[in-house]
Design a protein around this ligand. Structure first.
Ligand SMILES: NC(=O)c1ccc[n+]([C@@H]2O[C@H](COP(=O)([O-])OP(=O)(O)OC[C@H]3O[C@@H](n4cnc5c(N)ncnc54)[C@H](O)[C@@H]3O)[C@@H](O)[C@H]2O)c1
Length: 378
């Protein structure tokens, strides 16, 4: 039985407590919580309570912690827990900026200690299916990802003093809401080579950080990418499209559309130049706009409406990794990639320059310090 403590008992911490206390996780018990404010609800009265995360970690009462504090504390508390040999599941983003991610990852020296990240969207059936289908698309040419169904009111931003400031949160829609999609696109296609972005700070809300983003990626294989995120659109869109020379897929709502070409669109086009007219391919492509044949299919997914199922799946996997060595769905180390894409987009948006990956973590940290102090960044 794994004894779990939750550190940070706000919206998300309570969410984790909810499924743990309903015994949705096999072989795990929630035994302790830690927050700056003691929860008053009776249902939590039998759990040990700590005001200080160090006391919880050093208590000897927990084998594992889930860290669901504001993002900056993920690094501080995560390092402390890992160094003390406590299995650690950290909420997304694993840290605010790449240098902090590096510090956190460096603390994970004992690989018998399990370190995982709450990238719950990786458990969604459609994304797992898309990951399986990527190789059938051939050479990837384009990614389009629109992540604008994160509409938030001003009341949301006002709900915590840490929210939506450079000092308290370190970023906006990219670090918080669309962090999930940044993880998914990295998980599916790997890291982009460069990014150039426009970002708007406080366009729809009275906030310091970005609430609208339009980013353009290039990938090492020559593919192009476009990533759009916003918390100011309603109803907004959540859509992912990936095009390769062997086909395309498009996912929106609960529908995944798939096109598989009978041959590569690139060789088809090239053959049209070099092949004598009498050969089959050239016969089809004598027409300037001839195309390979493509076969269409679609999958409609029926997902459970309760989005905490995704979180519970990551937590169950974390527990199984501790007890039985099950491979992690989202190793903690993976979290650095979504953070550095996010940092790169902000850096490009603020400086007006194209940014190359891997990102220079110290340069970004300096930029963030300037943003915190309200200094000129260019
Ligand atoms: N995976 C998801 O789907 C998901 C959804 C929501 C939030 N989150 C993540 O969870 C984290 C928390 O977000 P939230 O919406 O619950 O915020 P919140 O403000 O509702 O809760 C944060 C809690 O942490 C406590 N806290 C602050 N500093 C602390 C410290 N040093 N030690 C202990 N407790 C401390 C606060 O008192 C507060 O109760 C964020 O990193 C966010 O990105 C993830």
């Amino acid at each position: 039985m794994v004894k779990i403590g939750i550190i940070g008992f706000g919206n998300m911490g309570r969410g984790h407590a909810h499924y743990l206390m309903q015994n949705k996780i096999s072989n795990a018990n929630l035994v302790a919580i830690c927050d700056l404010i003691k929860p008053q609800e009776k249902i939590y009265k039998d759990l040990m309570f700590f005001y200080d995360y160090k006391e919880l970690i050093d208590s000897g009462e927990v084998d594992a912690v889930i860290i669901s504090t504001p993002h900056y504390f993920h690094t501080i508390i995560g390092r402390y827990a890992l160094e003390k040999g406590i299995h650690t599941l950290v909420e997304k983003p694993i840290s605010v900026h790449k240098a902090d991610c590096e510090k956190l990852i460096k603390a994970h020296t004992d690989k018998n200690v399990i370190f995982s990240a709450m990238f719950n969207q990786r458990t969604r059936t459609p994304y797992k299916k898309i990951k399986e289908l990527i190789p059938t698309l051939g050479n990837i040419q384009r990614l389009t990802c629109v992540s604008t169904d994160w509409y938030r009111t001003q009341a949301y931003y006002n709900s915590g003093s840490w929210r939506s400031t450079w000092e308290g949160e370190g970023g906006g829609v990219l670090l918080n809401q669309a962090q999930h999609q940044l993880d998914i696109i990295w998980w599916l296609l790997g890291m982009p080579g460069t990014v150039y972005a426009n970002i708007s700070l406080g366009k729809f809300h009275e906030i310091e950080v970005e609430d609208e983003v339009n980013a353009v990626f290039t990938y090492p294989n020559g593919a192009i990418g476009n990533f759009i995120a916003s918390t100011g659109e309603f109803p907004g869109t959540n859509e992912l499209e990936i095009q390769g020379d062997m086909g395309k897929l498009h996912f929106e709502g609960n529908k995944l559309q798939i096109w598989i070409n009978n041959e590569s669109s690139i060789t088809y086009s090239q053959n049209s130049v070099n092949t004598p007219v009498k050969e089959t391919k050239a016969k089809t492509s004598a027409n300037y706009m001839a195309t390979p044949k493509t076969e269409y299919s679609e999958i409609i997914f029926e997902e459970d409406e309760n989005f905490l199922i995704q979180h519970a799946t990551i937590t169950q996997n974390f527990v199984n990794a501790i007890l039985y060595g099950e491979p992690l769905i989202a190793p903690g180390e993976d979290g650095i990639n979504a953070v550095q894409i996010c940092n790169g987009i902000i850096m490009s948006g603020i400086t007006g320059k194209k940014i190359t990956f891997p990102l220079d973590s110290n340069k970004y940290k300096k930029l963030l310090m300037k943003l915190i102090k309200g200094e000129k960044c260019i």
